[in-house]
Structures are given as C-alpha cells and as structure tokens.
Design a protein around this ligand. Structure first.
Ligand code: SAM
Length: 289
C-alpha cells in the first residue's frame, strides 16, 4: 500500500509531477483502499477492470484479491512506474490506452465474473460512467470514486433540473448500494473538490444487461443526449431539433398515439423506464423505414 511518503518517493524517483489535466490525485489512505475492496464484494474468480491505475495504490491490493485485473492508463509515465512496481504480477493485464477509445463491449461484454473498480479521473467521469453502463452492463457491480457533485447529480430522480442521462442509465442498470465520503486528505496532491465512493450494483432485472446483445445501447445513450439537448424545451421540440435520424410527422404521431409519454413534458420529467420504452418505439420506427 502506498502512503504519502512512498507516493512522494516514487514521484521523485521517476521525476514525475502529477498532472492536474489528467486528474492525477493519488490515493494515500490505506483505510479507504480497504473500504473500496470490502464494498466491492470481490472473489477469487473476479475479473476487475480498473481505469486509471496511476501509481498502483489500488491495483496492487486488487491483484491480491482477484483472478485478474485489466488496467487502462493514458499516461506513459504511470505505465513506466507500474511496469517496474508490478512486474512480478502474473494476473495484471496493463494497457497504455485512453479508456474512451477502448471498445469495452467487444473485449469484455461476454465476461461473467466481471466487475469495475476505479478511482476515476474526474474531468471525464460522466463519460466513463456512461460508457461502462452501456458497453459492459454485464458487470456485476461498479465501484467508482467520483466528485461529490457528480454523485449527487447521478443519484437524482425525475423532476429535478439536474436529472439527466447518467442517472437514467444507472436506474436501468441497477442501484447505488453504497455511498462513502472521502476526505481530500486521502489523496496526494489533495483535490480542490470533495470526493465520494459509490457502488452501483446490477439489478437481477437490469434492462441494460438483458438488452446487452440485441439492442444497440450506444444508440440509446445518443438518444438520451438528444432528448436532453435542450432541457428546458419539451420532448416534442427536442425531437424536432435534435433527434437523428429525424422522425417524420407521421412517425411522430404514430409514436404519440402509443401514449408512452406526454410529448409536452420536459425531458427531466420522464422516468428511466419511460425513456427506454420511448427509445424502443423510435428505434422500431427507424428500423421500418
Ligand atoms: N488509481 C490511482 C489511485 O487511486 O491512486 C490513480 C487515480 S487518478 C484519480 C486517475 C488516473 O487516471 C490517473 O493515473 C490518470 O493518468 C488516469 N487517466 C486520466 N485520463 C485517462 C484516460 N482517458 N484513460 C485512462 N486513464 C486516464
């Protein structure tokens, strides 16, 4: 486990200055790493996806608990450190890649004992969370460190002005089953924002998981973004201005007659389940033309 002095020593030995632009705030708290491991419910069969292993504070402990860790890191200096520090770990697959450019679905959607554990780079945490939920909803759980404000936003129910696509995707995947506050002093360098760990656990009836192979979840994610393109406008207007491919007037009235939602409502008033039904009727229509 890396405490503050071990972390500073590695940074010094490798001549590394933590890069704020990559969200490099390294965990230096043994008790927080332990909490992450405890709540993640890992087993000796688990295959864990870690995003942003950094200097390996979490990675080295994960490796002791699971069958395999696949870790993706964008920064070559971190890769250099990890290759030296963890060179004897046969169960680590380390990739020097930008996670946003990895086709996670192609690589991991068939995995059974798959779990995600990550202290995320905050500057792209929403994009990563949405990517995980739509590409690998087969994951049994996702334990993520996020900025406190991001956790608040993605925990929202409808009828809140900040409710949006990530919250909807989480509700169609499962439930947030753990929330733990983390003090800034648990990181080096200390972030200027507050942090929280959440665990999202897949529901037995998870809509995203049960549609993993027969529906394009990436398109569903795009559909949600189009519905929220102008969040103060009605769904009718968002459909008119942002939906791609565009719906004809006839298609719109046919879908409207299904009575799934009131087209005069704003996107923030619509539940996750209704968005899913609406998407299916739009996708069905697009398939027909
Ligand atoms: N896991 C380490 C820990 O807990 O101490 C480091 C976590 S740090 C908050 C985020 C890590 O994500 C950094 O190592 C950073 O270089 C990496 N990172 C940033 N953007 C990335 C991206 N697009 N793809 C992969 N890794 C990225």
């Amino acid at each position: 486990m890396l405490d503050i002095s071990a972390t500073k020593k590695i940074l010094n030995d490798f001549n590394i200055l933590p890069r704020q632009s990559l969200g490099q705030n390294f965990l230096i708290s043994k008790s927080i790493v332990q909490r992450i491991i405890e709540i993640s419910d890992l087993s000796k069969q688990s295959h864990v996806l870690e995003i942003g292993p950094g200097l390996g504070a979490l990675t080295s402990v994960l490796l002791e608990h699971v069958a395999k860790v696949s870790a993706y890191e964008i920064d070559h200096q971190m890769i250099e450190v990890l290759e030296q520090r963890l060179s004897d770990k046969f169960n680590l697959a380390l990739y020097h890649q930008n996670i946003l450019q990895v086709d996670l679905h192609a690589l991991y959607a068939e995995e059974r004992n798959f779990q995600v554990v990550a202290n995320l780079p905050y500057y792209i945490s929403a994009e990563i969370t949405e990517k995980l939920l739509t590409e690998v909803p087969n994951a049994l759980s996702m334990t993520l460190m996020l900025q406190k404000e991001a956790v608040e936003r993605i925990s929202l129910e409808p009828n809140n002005s900040r409710y949006g696509p990530t919250a909807i995707l989480i509700q169609l995947y499962g439930r947030i089953t753990e929330k733990i506050k983390v003090a800034s002093s648990c990181f080096y360098p200390q972030p200027g924002v507050s942090s929280q760990i959440i665990k999202i656990t897949r529901d037995p009836e998870s809509v995203l998981f049960s549609n993993l192979n027969n529906t394009n979840l990436f398109e569903f994610k795009q559909f949600l973004k189009q519905c929220f393109a102008q969040r103060r406008k009605t769904i009718r207007n968002n459909f008119k201005n942002s939906l791609r491919p565009k719906l004809s007037a006839q298609a719109l009235s046919e879908i409207e007659r299904l009575n799934i939602i009131d087209f005069e409502s704003r996107p923030e008033q619509i539940t996750a389940k209704k968005f899913w039904q609406l998407y299916q009727s739009v996708a069905n229509y697009n398939d027909k033309v």
